[in-house]
Design a protein around this ligand. Structure first.
Ligand code: C5P
Length: 218
């Protein structure tokens, strides 16, 4: 294996994306946010009035025929910049429905494995350590209480939409439930992942902690 792969999984709002980005920066690795892929597929299908649960074949066909470009936090679909809209709570909720579909997961997983086989990567998601990169050199599972996650989401989204704590809290619970109980690739800690509870860490502390573990293990 030529390249180093670091997997970071965890529930929504556990800070994995920002931590993964920070760690990738420190290591000079490529950062891949797999949630963004599911968000992009979900947004695209919704915009085109395609429902994965009633018309799977047409959905997969449409995704294959569209041009998705993922570049860090920036996403383009057929040349349209959708980076901001993909971060909305509505798209997150749609994504967790679309992400339960086997064919959609297959598309995304193949793409993710290809990128990881050609680059040193830090990849974040729900199933990276458990399914996508089973042989990753290092696996983290970030965990945080729902209360803290809801507060973080609120702060994170305040510039793009008005949300209240209560509805964010309930949406996180609903999304966790969907992500953890689905049949395919449910969110769970890989047995060989290092679990980190980061309620009491800020972002810099979390990145520094991951980096220190990386230096000790790799
Ligand atoms: O990480 P993020 O919150 O952007 O992910 C949005 C949704 O995409 C998650 O709720 C989850 O349902 C799905 N997802 C997934 N597998 C991944 C990454 C995200 O199922 N590897």
């Amino acid at each position: 294996k030529k390249y180093i792969n670091v997997a970071i999984d965890g529930p929504s709002g556990s800070g994995k994306s920002t931590a993964a980005k920070g760690l990738a920066n420190k290591l000079g690795f490529l950062y891949i946010n797999t949630g963004l892929m599911y968000r992009a597929y979900a947004y695209f299908l919704n915009e085109n009035n395609l429902d994965i649960n009633t018309n799977e074949t047409a959905c997969i066909e449409a995704i294959k025929n569209a041009r998705f470009i993922f570049n860090g936090d920036d996403v383009k679909i057929d040349d349209q910049d959708v980076s901001d809209i993909l971060r909305s709570n509505d798209v997150a909720m749609l994504a967790s429905v679309v992400a339960a579909n086997a064919k959609i997961r297959n598309l995304a997983t193949n793409e993710q494995r290809k990128i990881a086989s050609e680059n040193n990567v830090v990849m974040d998601g729900r199933d990276i350590g458990s399914i996508v990169l089973v042989d990753a050199d290092l696996k983290f599972y970030l965990n945080t209480s729902i209360q803290t996650r809801a507060k973080r989401r609120l702060a994170q989204n305040k510039d793009i939409e008005k949300l209240d704590y209560e509805s964010i809290y309930n949406d996180i619970k609903e999304r966790d439930y969907r992500d953890m109980t689905r049949d395919i690739a449910p969110l769970k800690k890989a047995i060989d992942a290092i679990e980190i509870f980061n309620d009491n860490m800020n972002l810099d502390q979390c990145v520094a902690h991951l980096y220190e573990i990386y230096l000790n293990k790799i």
